[in-house]
Design a protein around this ligand. Structure first.
Ligand SMILES: [Fe+2]
Ligand SMILES: [Fe+2]
Length: 243
């Protein structure tokens, strides 16, 4: 069951908590002349996410489906969302397009986005930021310029069932989750990305797992990444691998 929260302006969060995994899975819809969905949820989540989108817009009117990296929760619904909306285009990073769409079971139109490329939605404008190895080779983030909203995918994750707007500092829990799951191969690409985010100074940050936050709350999470270890140390989903 997905809940819908209007986080700000035309940005809606479509969210479901998975008690087994212990995190929320959020997709974001930007309602505009050319509506955009930021990540799709997993393949089994498709019907639920589509139903929630349909409460806000006609899903057939979606024009962009942005996939920040190729992993089931970010892209599992991409084939059906794009197929169902005749005008829609899938947006991924240029690397994502090179790596995956040369040999992937996806027949729809797609565009590989290079750092700094922009797309007009109407009132809103998306800018794309290439963030390789945060946490996948092909990772990118999406920045909406009008509201100063960053969509960082899995960066700034918060474990547990969190409110739509996060005001708490869960930086230590975030780093613990990252170490336990082993999702970042190293800290360098992440810290380079954090430096870029700080320069960008987003007003809002909308993580895929957890609650959205304003700049003052985001500062706690940035500090945690700078001061605590979070990169892979041999642990994969709580299982220590032989060294
Ligand atoms: Fe991911
Ligand atoms: Fe994710």
């Amino acid at each position: 069951m997905h809940r819908i929260d209007n986080i700000l302006a035309d940005i809606y969060r479509i969210s479901a908590f998975d008690p087994q995994i212990g995190i929320t899975f959020n997709q974001f819809l930007i309602v505009d002349e050319r509506p955009a969905l930021i990540h799709t949820g997993t393949f089994p989540m498709y019907e639920g996410v589509r139903k929630a989108v349909a409460e806000l817009i006609d899903p057939k009117k979606l024009e962009f489906v942005a996939v920040p990296h190729f992993e089931a929760d970010e892209c599992g619904g991409m084939g059906r969302f794009v197929k169902d909306a005749p005008q829609s285009t899938l947006l991924c990073s240029e690397a994502g397009a090179m790596i995956n769409f040369s040999a992937w079971d996806f027949a729809g139109p797609f565009r590989g986005m290079r750092d700094g490329t922009t797309i007009e939605l109407g009132k809103h404008r998306l800018r794309f930021i290439e963030t390789p190895h945060v946490h996948h080779w092909d990772s990118m983030m999406v920045y909406e310029e009008t509201t100063g909203s960053l969509f960082p995918a899995d960066l700034f994750i918060q474990p547990g069932e969190q409110p739509a707007i996060q005001r708490e500092d869960l930086g230590a829990a975030m780093c613990q989750l990252y170490r336990g799951a082993g999702i970042f191969g190293g800290d360098k690409p992440v810290l380079q990305c954090v430096d870029r985010i700080e320069k960008l100074a987003p007003k809002w940050c909308h993580p895929m797992h957890g609650g959205s936050m304003t700049a003052d709350t985001l500062a706690h999470y940035i500090r945690a990444l700078r001061t605590q270890s979070f990169a892979y140390e041999g642990m994969l989903f709580g299982r220590m691998l032989p060294t």
